[in-house]
Design a protein around this ligand. Structure first.
Ligand code: ZN
Length: 143
């Protein structure tokens, strides 16, 4: 991410050397079309970002949202969080502005993502992956 020659793929977060600068946001056609499909589905389930009380009762579309963001489990979530940091520091290495972060979180469909393969904690709260801090937080909301 320190090398200005490289872009970070917006879908798989791999670094790649763009063939056409400025316009190329994905490392491959595969990622580009996957991201396209992801975006299409995304608009259906997008709620206000930063809103931990995810107001989506439809389980199946929530699952889709999860895979869209590339977060099937906490490990993948960690990867995504690292990728965020590298995205935020790409190109000029300048620190991320609040606007950058908000934009990114919108892309990821919000800051908090329910972790499906973890059980609620002792208080019955549900685990969410915090995309900003890169850790798991608990919230009483589960929809
Ligand atoms: Zn890619």
């Amino acid at each position: 991410m320190k090398n200005l020659k490289f872009y970070t793929c917006e879908y798989c977060y791999k670094e790649f050397e763009p063939k056409r600068r400025r316009v190329q946001r994905y490392c491959s056609n595969t990622c580009r079309s996957k991201a396209y499909h992801a975006r299409k589905t995304n608009t259906l389930t997008t709620s206000k970002s930063e809103d931990i009380a995810i107001t989506n009762n439809d389980n199946s579309s929530q699952k889709e949202t999860m895979s869209l963001a590339g977060i099937g489990n906490a490990t993948a979530g960690t990867l995504a969080a690292d990728a965020i940091k590298s995205l935020l520091t790409k190109e000029s290495n300048k620190p991320a502005t609040k606007g950058d972060l908000t934009q990114l979180l919108e892309k990821l469909n919000g800051r908090y993502h329910l972790v499906k393969n973890m059980n609620p904690n002792i208080k019955g709260e549900y685990p969410y992956f915090d995309m900003v801090e890169g850790n798991v937080v608990y919230s009483p909301y589960n929809n």
